[in-house]
Design a protein around this ligand. Structure first.
Ligand SMILES: [Mg+2]
Length: 381
């Protein structure tokens, strides 16, 4: 079997899909994307494809080594995401070739269903009570919300009280047996993050996510040492090596993204590395159905898995959603807040190729918002 063609598709709301075709008719799909930089990743996929076309798709690890280490300059979000999507597609091909789901190729399932959480609120969450109530009604056992919208460099007493107030609303609606997580999105300074985490600790969040932006990872140990709240991060880390300093600094929940951190091959290794630190895995995935399918394959095969993010109903997807590019929604139909294991081969996603080709005719140019502080200086989004 040889790879004969690799195509990419820029599809709303902000995703990039790749399609890898082989000479025996098996096709694999992947989702190589950096949100807001999809066109740049598309160019990287085209460059990496020069190597893959004409080769045996089943030599996944050897290709991963070449794609990540065969170039003198390596790593970073763009290249790691390009490799991630291609790696997903190769695993999809391998599963279809062997007639097995990817989790079977990774050693077999360790669970029958995967707990997922739902997003509530937008960048500036309001009306939380109602939104969380709707997710409980839909069967979810956990939700995640942003801690705040734009955050001042020095948080006011009022700003802190409003974060705590939202956490109190969440806990009161969810009761003691469901969970909420708070995403700080790297918007707080290290000093403010410490105050925020302390202020919400009594409400027992499942975790607090990205209390620090990735460039301040060297301060993570101060934060984890000062709180009993589980700290999560990792959507902006791209390899085992990137995760190691976080793991040695008291990280509780590792959040690699299947479409950023080198795909199934590398996230599987990140999970194993995390296991040696007794750290749980909660892959980041505000992305499309292929990235979610890849995430679920990892979840079914990984013992130290905690919970899976998914993008149904997420606030920044207005033009298209999780189910717009799939023929069979079953793998993404959540029951009691869980995705059920299927025996579908490969990634277990049946991509609607016609819908994907149509969508690519009107390529998106999604960019994340640019925020500024009241004095005109640049603020974290
Ligand atoms: Mg996040």
């Amino acid at each position: 079997m040889k790879i004969t063609r690799i195509e990419t598709f820029l599809v709303p709301p902000r995703w990039l899909f790749c399609r890898v075709e082989t000479d025996d008719g098996v096709v694999g799909w992947g989702e190589p994307v950096v949100e807001g930089r999809a066109e740049v990743v598309r160019a990287a996929v085209e460059v990496l494809s020069e190597y893959l076309v004409g080769r045996d798709p089943l030599r996944i690890e050897d290709h991963w080594q070449v794609l990540t280490k065969g170039g003198f300059y390596r790593g970073g979000p763009v290249l790691s995401s390009a490799v991630a999507g291609l790696d997903q597609a190769l695993w999809d091909i391998a599963g279809k070739h062997y007639g097995a789901p990817v989790h079977a190729l990774l050693g077999g399932p360790v669970r029958d269903r995967v707990r997922v959480y739902a997003w509530v609120g937008g960048d500036d969450p309001g009306e939380l009570r109602e939104m969380i109530g709707e997710q409980v009604e839909a069967g979810f056992t956990a939700v995640k919300m942003n801690g705040s919208g734009r955050m001042d460099r020095s948080i006011s007493a009022g700003g802190l009280a409003s974060i705590v107030g939202r956490a109190e609303v969440a806990r009161s609606v969810l009761g003691p047996d469901r969970d909420f997580a708070i995403d700080l999105h790297g918007r707080a300074t290290a000093a403010n993050a410490r105050r925020i985490v302390a202020a919400v600790a009594g409400l027992h969040p499942l975790f607090v996510e990205e209390p620090l932006a990735p460039e301040y990872l060297h301060r993570l140990g101060e934060l984890t040492g000062a709180t009993e709240v589980p700290i999560a991060l990792g959507e902006r880390l791209y390899s085992r090596s990137d995760f190691l300093p976080a793991l040695t600094s008291g990280l509780a929940v590792a959040q690699p993204d299947l479409s950023h951190a080198g795909g199934i091959s590398e996230v599987r290794r990140i999970a194993t590395l995390a296991e040696t630190f007794d750290v749980q895995l909660a892959p980041h995935c505000p992305l499309g159905p292929i990235a979610l399918a890849a995430s679920l394959q990892i979840a079914f095969a990984t013992p130290n898995f905690l919970i899976q993010e998914q993008s149904a109903g997420i606030h920044y997807h207005r033009d298209a959603g999780l189910l717009d590019y799939v023929i069979d929604p079953a793998p993404f139909t959540f029951v009691e807040g869980h995705a059920r294991r299927t025996a579908l081969p490969g990634l277990g996603v049946t991509v609607d190729e016609h819908a994907v080709r149509q969508a690519d005719k009107r390529p998106h140019g999604w960019r994340n918002p640019l925020w500024r502080h009241d004095d005109g200086s640049v603020a974290e989004w």
